[in-house]
Design a protein around this ligand. Structure first.
Ligand SMILES: Nc1nc2c(c(=O)[nH]1)N[C@H]1C(S)=C(S)[C@@H](COP(=O)(O)O)O[C@H]1N2
Ligand SMILES: [Mo]
Length: 251
């Protein structure tokens, strides 16, 4: 099944790529962009069809855990707000949860932990070509969503982070509600049974195990439930998506 899925996915991506390569001269034009967009939309639908939305990412044994979980991207947010929370040991940290929800909330780490817990050993794959296996403990995002009650119009969950790129562009990410409610989608506060290190996203980071590394937003500040992410950042659903990466980064 996995092979077939990868075959189809790669074939579709290759078709999209071939079409684009054939359109080199017009690659700056709307037509090129539309071809790529539709190829990605098809890939997404095929992926959904072939991998039921509940399918679990592979989980590993304690003995598989990488001795070092390589930190990547931001490893120390330098904003004054983050620095002051860090100095206080995150005792003043509150995760804001708002947008299209019945009961907006500001949750301390203790309140979050009280909503539920799951531990999983999974492999993280970064597009830069490295992987690491780690043991994550966190609150299932589904439990947080049940706590705040998304409205009927809700479709995506957007993760706003403390860190910025190029001075003042905030890192952010988004996933759809299916992915958000997947049992392995966690707001993780521990790595390998210790509080999450700053380099890996303290005090709280997303784990969304069926997608690539850049989807796993670190340094979570605010979770916003929306109907569309068109008005957030440059409108593509994430910092790296705004810089050309795919929104659906299925592994
Ligand atoms: N806020 C924030 N989240 C982020 C990043 C970042 O720079 N800032 N980098 C992403 C990328 S590309 C990867 S591979 C993982 C790295 O997680 P790690 O530092 O725990 O290895 O975090 C992702 N989430
Ligand atoms: Mo990455």
């Amino acid at each position: 099944m996995t092979d077939r899925r990868h075959f189809l996915r790669n074939t579709l991506l290759a078709l999209g790529g071939a079409t684009l390569a054939g359109c080199d001269r017009i690659s700056e034009s709307d037509t090129g962009a539309r071809v790529l967009e539709s190829a990605e939309a098809v890939t997404r639908r095929v992926q959904r069809f072939l991998s039921p939305s509940r399918a679990l990412a592979k989980e590993y044994a304690e003995s598989d855990i990488s001795p070092v979980f390589k930190p990547n991207g931001t490893t120390m947010p330098d904003t004054p707000l983050y620095q002051s929370l860090l100095r206080g040991g995150f005792s003043d940290y509150r995760l804001e949860v708002d947008g299209l929800v019945a009961r907006p909330a500001r949750l301390s780490l203790e309140e979050l932990k009280a909503l539920g817990s799951r531990t999983q050993i999974t492999r993280h794959d970064c597009v830069e070509g490295w992987s690491a296996i780690g043991k994550w403990t966190g609150t299932p995002l589904a439990a947080v969503l049940d706590h705040v009650g998304p409205t009927d119009a809700a479709r995506y969950v957007v993760f706003h982070c403390f860190d910025t790129y190029d001075e003042d562009t905030p890192y952010y990410e988004s996933i759809d509600l299916d992915e958000a409610r997947h049992p392995q989608t966690l707001l993780a506060h521990a790595l390998n049974s210790k509080p999450l290190p700053v380099a890996n996203g303290a005090p709280l980071r997303l784990r969304v195990e069926r997608q690539l590394g850049y989807k796993h937003a670190k340094y979570l500040r605010r979770i916003e439930v929306v109907a569309s992410f068109a008005d957030i950042g440059e409108g593509n659903g994430g910092y790296w998506e705004d810089n050309g990466y795919e929104w659906y980064a299925g592994i």
